[in-house]
Ligand binder design. Structure first.
Ligand SMILES: *Cc1c(COP(=O)(O)O)cnc(C)c1O
Length: 376
């Protein structure tokens, strides 16, 4: 927690839970990524946290933006981001939305299927396009499964077809899974991509770009490798498989830029037991799955939680949100411990909560308002 955030929390008068993001930390993370991977262009994955102050700061720093909807394009452009700094990186777009983006000057698009390619050819003629290949996402705490990407052999065919349709087959993208902690995953992915470059060269399609996606971590309960190690793994994979003919590189960090920059402050609403001789307490907070903590789904993301009594004796707890839905339980199996001195009314802090929280909160389930957000 930065001194700036500590001061903000000490003075906060809010009755509802809120997220506070130190935008200087976002800037620091951006500069670190640029320093460690100087050859890669950064396209911030806007969905991770679309706060205007974050977009503005990254815009000033020269970042590019990865978007998935007209709404995100408009948001970025309203902060001064020009169309040439936008990648429409979703593989699932309505034709009308592609046309809308094209009209505003966006010329870089992702696809992973024949049908999407057809849409791009008619609604965004001549644009640079890249094909997303399927990854296994092993080792990722928030895997992206089979939803995105196609097999390498299908991708190769589609990139040839892209050229035949008058599009510019620009490159290949992948995403090794969010909060990826197994650094070997990039080597596996880049090896496949390099093979595809060779294969396509034989078909007279010379790709120029590798989009290495996101996957950079935030600091949750388990330790993660240092950013230096991620950068080294990526650089080594690229030189190992491409030699001295390095293509252009794009990275799309979301979580890695904003995750550690934010802290949620919430309140303990109730502490109870299910029977007299249980030693497990149930701790109910005024924030839950429906007010921003959606990534606790299946207990996937395990946030660090700070209480006013840390350091004292602890006991096992289940942690749940305030709404009348049993799905709104955050941690039951993940072996969380909290101080025995914890009391109703205590303020607690959920660390590294800057990514995938504010926009994941419902509009008002059970009358609880969406998660408030401050940028400082
Ligand atoms: C969400 C997303 C990202 C960001 O992933 P992180 O793991 O949060 O860095 C990057 N690229 C694409 C295409 C995405 O959809």
């Amino acid at each position: 927690m930065t001194p700036k955030i500590q001061k903000f929390l000490a003075e906060a008068k809010d009755r509802e839970p809120f997220l506070v993001v130190d935008v200087d930390v976002v800037e620091h993370n951006y500069r670190e990524l640029r320093r460690l991977l100087p050859l890669a262009s950064v396209f911030y994955a806007t969905k991770a946290n679309p706060a205007v102050e974050i977009i503005q700061r990254l815009e000033k720093l020269g970042s590019n933006f990865d978007v998935a909807s007209p709404g995100e394009i408009e948001l970025c452009m309203n902060q001064g981001v020009t169309a040439d700094r936008i990648s429409y990186g979703s593989t699932i777009k309505k034709k009308a939305d592609i046309a809308w983006a094209y009209e505003r000057g966006v010329r870089l698009y992702a696809f992973d299927s024949d049908a999407e390619l057809e849409k791009l050819a008619t609604a965004a003629p001549g644009s640079r396009v890249f094909c997303r290949v399927l990854m296994e996402c092993e080792g990722a705490e928030w895997p992206l499964s089979k939803k995105f990407g196609c097999s390498p052999r299908m991708a190769a065919d589609l990139l040839v077809k892209a050229r035949d349709l008058g599009l510019d087959p620009y490159g290949i993208s992948f995403h090794v899974g969010s909060q990826q902690t197994d650094l070997n995953q990039w080597d596996k992915a880049v090896a496949q991509v390099a093979q595809m470059f060779t294969l396509l060269h034989e078909a007279d399609v010379d790709l120029r770009m590798v989009n290495l996606g996101g996957g950079f971590p935030a600091r949750y309960r388990s330790d993660v490798p240092a950013l230096e190690a991620y950068a080294a793994a990526i650089s080594q994979a690229m030189t190992k498989h491409f030699g001295n003919q390095l293509p252009e590189m794009i990275i799309e960090p979301g979580r890695g830029l904003v995750g550690d920059a934010g802290v949620i402050q919430a309140e303990v609403v109730l502490i109870s037991k299910k029977d007299y001789d249980d030693d497990r307490r149930w701790v109910y907070l005024d924030i839950g799955k429906f007010s921003g903590l959606a990534e606790t789904m299946d207990e996937a993301i395990k946030y660090r939680i700070v209480t006013p009594h840390d350091g004292g004796p602890t006991g096992p707890v289940s942690i749940a949100g305030p709404t009348c839905d049993s799905v709104d339980t955050l941690y039951e199996k993940a072996d969380y411990q909290m101080p025995l001195a914890l009391q109703v009314g205590d303020k607690i802090q959920i660390l590294s909560a800057g990514a995938y929280t504010t926009t994941y909160s419902s509009v008002g389930f059970n009358g609880f308002p969406p998660l408030k957000s401050y940028c400082i």
